[in-house]
Design a protein around this ligand. Structure first.
Ligand code: ZN
Length: 522
């Protein structure tokens, strides 16, 4: 233990002191033991570092020492940021060999470099790695894997050609001759390349460790710089770059950062929100409400994402905030408007429940800034009308396991699904809802199942009191999201039957489906 603390000190000093001093300390450690420990060696799960070599390529010379230095540096970067966010010096565990070196698992590819292009190559590699880890289960130390490939561009001053992104718990980066920490921050061609590809590596690693994109709060820009999971891949090592508090919370509740051994890492959890309320007070958006969850929620994050996303911007500008649950079942999160980079246009609000086992459940809502003021009240939970006397009296098409009655049972996993197995009838599809008696309705609420391909897009609703003579209530659109969507009618109206007729579905599928339909009167 004493030795470990000593080395911890040495490691910490390594990054701020001269090479000579660090070397001296290392030698001192070597005298006492051959095992040099890493500050996070006690973490039960270690990030897998894979060097994947297509069968017509060779590793780039000295890859092990160059990559080790970059990864150790990144480990410390995460630790300082989690420390600032209140989680202590917490970072991802790494597998350290008995000689003190980082264990980089060098995996020979089954195929040549052309089989692993930027686009689509990641999936091919993941398949081969799954096979590799099945055959060598002792080498897999966690669910998280960083994969490096030698650049296939043939030009070390213009590397590329291989997968470079993160998804699921995999992330991909590239290696080239000058991928070396010594160039990081240097005002030179090699320095710019180093920021691009080392900063890129650390950004993709953030994805592989569960983080989506986000942008830093406006008020911390001058002190903390650029968020790693925003455009920090272009600033890492060159100008101040940081991990936002919301993402520090995501990492702190992920497998390789944890000191907990548990069998249910990432097993699926559910979370539902009730009494959701949004308001603006003291120049802050305040989101509050209650929730229930199948597991223990450690952190609740919100992202305010300018929306709809443009093709080349996506969620990079999603502003994030984090909070702890209040008691067992409540949420309360403040988002100061001074932190917003833009006070106009549409936003998507995402509320994320980060569970102790790393599982994340995200609920999404839309709102809009009008004259610099967010109409956040639109997220408020509606008074849903009791459905006990409701029934679906007609549907044009139902698959065996997708009866229309599934829209009224309060269970998102049972849903109306039009036929697709033996026949595949196309749009328009329709169903008729009978509310049992004339009912006063302000609007209808819709919830999709988790699989969003084929969810209803454009549709028309009709009303009737006899189920025979119909009057249009107008045409509407639903978004391709799973959260509850409220559709206000042009005015509050009373009627007994509602007929919904689809025009198309998201993804232009012939089939469509819907998990739940409600009505509200407030
Ligand atoms: Zn990214």
């Amino acid at each position: 233990m004493k030795l470990k603390i000593l080395y911890t000190l040495a490691l910490a000093l390594f990054y701020s002191c001269s090479e000579d001093y660090a070397t001296n300390i290392k030698q001192e450690s070597d005298v006492e033991s051959t095992t040099i420990d890493n500050e996070w060696s006690d973490n039960p799960y270690k990030l897998n570092i894979v060097y994947f070599v297509p069968n017509d390529m060779s590793p780039v010379p000295d890859y092990e020492s160059r990559i080790e230095e970059i990864i150790f540096d990144a480990q410390d970067f995460f630790a300082s940021n989690l420390d600032r966010a209140g989680f202590g010096r917490t970072s991802f565990g790494l597998d350290i060999k008995s000689d003190g070196k980082l264990n980089i698992i060098t995996v020979p590819g089954q195929q040549g470099k052309n089989a692993y292009p930027y686009s689509g190559g990641g999936g091919v590699i993941v398949n081969e790695l799954n096979t590799y880890f099945n055959e060598n289960p002792e080498e897999k130390k966690s669910e998280h894997t960083l994969v490096l490939l030698p650049s296939t561009s043939g030009d070390p001053l213009n590397p590329g050609g291989v997968p470079f992104y993160g998804y699921g718990r995999y992330c991909f980066a590239l290696d080239y001759e000058y991928l070396d920490k010594q160039y990081l921050g240097e005002d030179s061609n090699l320095g710019n390349l180093a920021t691009k590809w080392i900063g890129g590596l650390v950004h993709e690693l953030g994805h592989g460790l569960n983080a989506p994109h986000n942008i830093g709060r406006k008020t911390v820009k001058s002190t903390l710089g650029t968020a790693l999971m925003g455009t920090g891949n272009g600033t890492y090592g060159k100008s101040p770059t940081f991990i936002t508090a919301a993402h520090a919370a995501v990492f702190a509740n992920s497998q390789t950062f944890s000191s907990d051994t548990r069998s249910d890492w990432y097993s699926k959890e559910t979370a539902n929100i009730s009494n959701l309320k949004g308001k603006v007070e003291n120049n802050k958006i305040i989101i509050s409400g209650n929730f229930t969850s199948s597991g223990t929620v450690a952190t609740i994050n919100v992202w305010h994402d300018p929306y709809p996303a443009t093709a080349n911007n996506e969620d990079y500008d999603a502003l994030s905030f984090t909070s702890k649950p209040v008691g067992q079942d409540s949420l309360y999160i403040e988002s100061p408007l001074d932190d917003f980079h833009k006070l106009d246009g549409q936003y998507q609000l995402r509320i994320g429940f980060i569970h102790e086992n790393g599982s994340r459940v995200i609920r999404a809502y839309e709102y809009e800034f009008v004259n610099n003021v967010p109409n956040i009240e639109v997220i408020n939970t509606k008074n849903l009308i009791d459905r006990s006397s409701w029934s679906i009296v007609e549907a044009d098409s139902e698959e065996d396991n997708g009866p229309a009655s599934g829209m009224l049972d309060g269970d998102l996993s049972s849903f109306w699904h039009t036929q697709w197995k033996s026949t595949l009838p196309g749009h328009p599809h329709h169903f008729v809802l009978d509310m049992g008696a004339e009912t006063t309705v302000k609007g209808f609420a819709f919830e999709n199942r988790s699989g969003l391909n084929g969810t209803i897009k454009d549709f028309e609703m009709f009303k009737s009191n006899d189920g025979e003579n119909w009057t249009s209530l107008g045409t509407y659109s639903l978004a391709r999201v799973q959260n509850i969507q409220y559709i206000d009618l042009p005015s509050v109206q009373s009627f007994r039957y509602m007929k919904l007729v689809t025009q198309n579905s998201h993804g232009d599928f012939d089939y469509t489906h819907l998990a739940e339909i409600h009505a509200y009167n407030n």
